[in-house]
Design a protein. Sequence first.
Lengths: 332, 117
Amino acid sequence: MNDVLGVLPWWVVVVVKSAIVLAVVITTFAYSMLFERKVMAWMQLRPGPNRTGPWGMLQPAADAVKMMFKEDLTPLTADRFVYRLAPFLSLLAAMGAFAIIPFSEDGQGLWSVGDVNAGILFIFACTSIGIYGISLAGWASGSKFPLLGSVRATAQMISYELAMTMSVVGVLVLAGTTSLAGIVHAQHKVWYVVPQFLGFVIYIITAVAETNRAPFDLVEAETELVGGFHTEYSGLRFGLFFIAEYLNMITVACIATLLFFGGWGPLFGLVAVPGLVWFLLKAAGFLFLYIWLRTTLPRFRYDRLMAFGWKVLLPLATLNLVATAAYIALAP
Amino acid sequence: MTPYVSVAIYLGVATVASLAFCILPGLLAQPRPNATKEEAYECGVEPTSVVGGRFPVRFYLIAMLFVIFDVEAASFYPWAVQMHALRAFGLGEMVTFVVTLGIGYAFVWKKGGLQWR
């Protein structure tokens, strides 16, 4: 294996790595969708998808084929170029974050496409660009519900992004680096979920809001806004927003794993189990939490959502930051 | 080779993949448009109003507050990474900064800037 890697030019290796990461991520998206439908069904005492293959295992493939052959409509009032650009931007930003996520580590180095030292900043940059996709989609549709849905989405996402950026600063203070691998290495003694419990809780709440998932799915509150920002989209273009949403969920689950749960570090000292397995188990745990929240909690009211973000989460995150800094500064 | 080059290559591959997803519907799906399908969706009735991009001014206020506070949140990052070296001096500087920020925040709260009406 190493001989082959040595012969190839380095950029070919990077291209192959990127393609593998993207393929794995897209497959994970497909099966996390099935996982969500199955788990929701079990929680609501119904079987869920069970006609396509054993346990509905071929459901994602069936959905993909259906999406691809659906008619692709553009309303006459839409701005055609921006209308088509928006899903592309959403998907690209959602995919971009996976460039720097280290999935595991072995003797030869990290299992990531590139480990940049400004890791956290890169992730936040990608999620911020994702907001453009949503706000442009609503604006370009030239229709009432998408426009309202997208301004709501934008206001919600930027408000919670603020609390999110503040909630992880405590981790950076403890680790002394913004590199994701560096943060994982700094957790070899104790996972940051213990000293940064408040930060972790704020992060999880803001992450759910940031990805527009229940109970913060005001963006597509179907009783008020039909489908929200993607009301006018159909076929694969609607599917792209769907993919982007799930990729964002997977990204924040990975980030929660890396920042607060020791990344690929083993549980109970079980070093025999590969790091990748630990990483995937932890990230899958967060995806399960998402689904659990969705089946348990009713949707927030919009004014309460904004008040909660600005008046509770933001001051709490700042308090957490000051307390962490004081601990580092004054500890012997 | 810096890792940023790898990230740039990855973004290139991701762009190609996203573009492929965006071009696919044009190749596979059969568009059969008609006047009703191309109308903006309004729960089945004919569109009652032209969308001129008007929405409540509250959203602009939130956007401005976001810009102000996010720039300040971003300024915490370099400081946080250096905290182990800065220690008490860093803490003092940061508490001063947070208090200044807090005064502005309290002002916005008092003025009702965080109230959603």
